[in-house]
Design a protein around this ligand. Sequence first.
Ligand code: SF4
Length: 386
Amino acid sequence: MTSSYSIYIHIPFCRHICTYCAFNTYADMDDSIQPFVDALCKEIAFVGKSKADLSVHTVFFGGGTPSMLSITQFGQILGVIKASFVLDKDAEITIEANPNDLTHDYLIGLREVGIDRLSVGMQSSNERELKLYERQHSHEITIEAIALARQAGFKNISLDLIFGNPEQTIDEWQATLEKALDLKPQHISLYGLEVKGGTVLKKQIQQGLVHKPNDDLAADMYELADETMQQAGLRQYEISNWSLQGFQARHNLQYWHNLPYLGLGAGAHGYANQTRTIVIRHPGRYIQAMNGTNLKEFPRSPATSKATLVDEDTEISETIMVGMRLTEEGIQRKTFFERFGVDVYEIRKPTIDKYVGLGMVLLDADCVRFSQAGRLLSNLILSELI
Ligand code: SF4
């Protein structure tokens, strides 16, 4: 595996929990934010202690709502990352942000501490949908936030959008797409709405207050999104992601190439040293664990709750599963051979031949990837491929 790492940092706090959200995040814990940041800095330093020469080329602050952190707190965390690892000069440093947090001063501060990419949770331009999700912003606020971000010097902005909402018509989805494109983002990520257990949305559906998502309508919305974005010059490069040329998310490419990343902060997942790690989920227990002095081997920290060794067969399956998500690049046969000493086609021949025959998978001397039609059935095909 490459020696250049990524770091994912999970910030498990939100001001309010959106109705569809099943992420590891907690509201009304503002008093825990600084103790959490202090614990996170200890965790970064702890993991870095045994790998001070480890080079890092992307850092991603996800959540939760990272934009609840102050500029001072981002400065504190990035300072410890720089002191603990070798952070590339041109590292991609992203934060996920809610539009309502992005004031002029805050955006200038983010640039000053070195954050160069914003992933903004626009979700929809439709006020009724934003209310249904219990988001804390309006589309007017998103427009203002993006304008301020540009003024502050952000040249790499991604928007997150949700489709497949049971109360959303295809025309409303088209309007959201067009309004998102009007903001001239470099990158767009789409999330098909899923109804997860324990969410408010799930209860609303069970009580008959909201309709169930319709899979056929969601598939139409996905196809419409692809057509609309391609027309605007954003190319699909991953099942759920579109970008202008040169603006693919470098951090997420690390996942899709199945390359190593440290997952730090409460609830974060990581993959390093042939080991998948999961950190304690609850911020209070995480803070407590990082007060301990348990000695752990890289990439574990005192707050690691689970560490699983990955054998080569599993690594091969995982590399196929995530690599097939890359719709343009697919699985590069040469790179795969250099890593595992086998040709991906040879080891998955019957399944690849079957789906090539059905027009769902494309195969040439360089790569294996989904066709346009295959993308819609990607989960089914992947379940046979891995
Ligand atoms: S802002 Fe994001 S992480 Fe927070 S509750 Fe909403 S969807 Fe979940």
